[in-house]
Design a binder for this molecule. Structure first.
Ligand code: AMP
Length: 479
């Protein structure tokens, strides 16, 4: 248009023609923009995106992975992972993804969503074989590591190179890893941006796939500025997947991710807690955690209780603490011999001990119908573990209660659990300060003794095994 106005001196008639032409062009452009907008923002335009909502009982779009014409290397890994049939979110998302569509996937952790986005990316990667092929952004470090593990397992047979780039780790090490030209980068946004700005020779100009996991959280205000910076330096021509348990309808947020013709797929929640389970949380300060725990044990005296702790050492120490203070408690963790583990479990099952203190070895599969209370002494590091843990009570139609002790350090993890549950849990009131303070003196003394005895336990155990690694040694942080 600049050409028209500057170079020609139109006659009156020509000017009219030109005006027509300009109007026509403008209309054409408007129509094109509308089309484009329709693709970018179906939610805003009130035009329904291609949408499918399935429940776990619905018929699957494909029954086996071999129907999908995946490359043999990928199929082999899927078989090794023992995925015999797709989960509902995989069944809905993968066929669209293999057609090259952008995806908005509503699915929770535990639904198989990671493989739902990893499989189509790996399939495309097999064809392309280029570095810096896919970037997966996640809001937390733990989630990033988990996603990388799934990619590694699925890409195992195809020589996948992946890297996890999160805060709290050495920038230099990460820069070196990025220079090795990984195919897939799983990252938290802040650290990714750091490398994009500061790591010489590294860029994402050839990126083909962007995934935002827990996208709803990523698109929240706090990540906004960093995400906008990342979006500026990655190609706009790419495939984008947004996965989240809940998804915003706010168009400004979704537009930020510049989706093209997205297909929206959703599955109803797979993980639910029993209706007859009363769940609550208690905010505790880290230094008083043991005191709160002992207070709760006093409150629930006579009830059958499982207490979950994160590590073998915590478990051992807490069970010693409870015993020193006169409770009938037994430990269950991976640093006990199998005989000791069975012994503890049998004592608890038979009612000889009414408190079992355990790592997540006890979270799954244990069938003890008569557990009244589950206490999360340590918050589990993944939400599925939470569901499994609290699922130890309120079984077989009985009612049950679970309480999570949440310190200032657990808040991020705890909020993730609430987001998977899809609800806020009620907060139990703190016991009166005088009661806590009076109890704290005894608990503190008993804790010191429990720590000493735990040290003895480890020393004796190390002497016994003579430094030789046994199988159980490897799962220090019990799963
Ligand atoms: P995610 O929702 O991605 O955290 O996955 C939850 C769990 O389901 C992970 O342990 C996966 O290994 C597992 N999983 C994913 N897809 C399948 C499948 N098709 N069959 C069986 N397990 C699966």
């Amino acid at each position: 248009m600049a050409v028209i106005t500057k170079k020609s001196k139109p006659t009156k008639l020509a000017a009219k023609d030109l005006a027509e032409k300009i109007k026509k062009n403008a209309l054409k452009k408007q129509k094109e923009d509308e089309e484009k907008n329709k693709l970018i923002s179906p939610v805003n335009k009130k035009e329904k995106p291609v949408e499918s909502v399935v429940s776990p009982e619905d018929e699957l779009k494909f029954k086996t992975f071999s129907e999908l014409k995946l490359v043999p290397e990928l199929l082999e890994s899927i078989q090794q992972m023992k995925f015999t049939k797709p989960t509902p979110i995989q069944s809905e998302a993968i066929p669209h993804a293999l057609e090259g569509k952008d995806i908005i996937g509503l699915a929770q952790t535990g639904s198989g969503k990671t493989a739902a986005f990893a499989i189509p990316i790996l399939q495309a990667l097999w064809e392309a074989q280029t570095p810096y092929f896919g970037l997966v952004l996640a809001p937390t470090r733990e989630l990033a590591y988990q996603i990388k593990e799934t990619f590694d397992a699925l890409g195992n047979s195809m020589g996948l190179r992946s890297v996890c780039i999160v805060g709290g780790m050495e920038m230099m090490d990460q820069a070196r890893d990025l220079m090795r030209k990984p195919h897939i980068i799983v990252a938290t946004p802040g650290r990714m941006m750091d490398h994009l700005e500061n790591t010489k020779g590294f860029n994402l100009k050839n990126l083909k796939f962007l995934v935002m996991d827990e996208a709803d959280r990523l698109l929240d205000m706090e990540f906004g500025p960093v995400l906008d910076k990342i979006f500026k330096v990655i190609p706009s021509k790419r495939t984008t997947y947004l996965f989240s348990a809940t998804m915003t309808n706010k168009i400004e947020k979704l537009q930020r991710a510049s989706l093209h013709n997205p297909v929206r797929v959703a599955v109803s929640t797979k993980y639910q807690t029993a209706d007859n389970l009363m769940q609550s949380m208690m905010l505790v300060s880290d230094g008083y955690k043991n005191t709160y725990l002992i207070h709760l044990l006093n409150e629930f005296v006579g009830k059958s209780i499982i207490i979950f702790a994160r590590t073998c050492a915590h478990t051992q120490r807490t069970s010693l603490l409870a015993r020193i203070l006169g409770f009938s408690a037994v430990p269950l963790h991976g640093q006990l011999t199998q005989a000791q583990r069975l012994g503890s479990l049998n004592k608890f099952k038979s009612g000889k001990a009414n408190i079992l203190i355990a790592t997540d070895v006890a979270a799954r599969g244990l069938d003890i119908p008569s557990v009244d209370v589950v206490i999360n002494y340590d918050i589990p590091t993944d939400s599925k573990a939470y569901i499994h843990r609290v699922g130890r009570t309120a079984r077989a139609g009985r009612s049950g209660k679970s309480i999570s002790l949440v310190t200032q350090y657990d808040l991020e993890m705890y909020l993730r659990i609430e987001s998977v549950l899809g609800k806020r849990l009620p907060k139990d009131p703190s016991p009166p300060r005088e009661i806590l303070d009076a109890l704290h003196v005894h608990v503190d003394r008993a804790t010191a003794e429990a720590i000493r005895q735990t040290k003895d336990f480890h020393e004796k155990r190390n002497d016994k095994i003579g430094g030789k690694k046994r199988r159980d040694d490897r799962d220090r942080e019990e799963r």
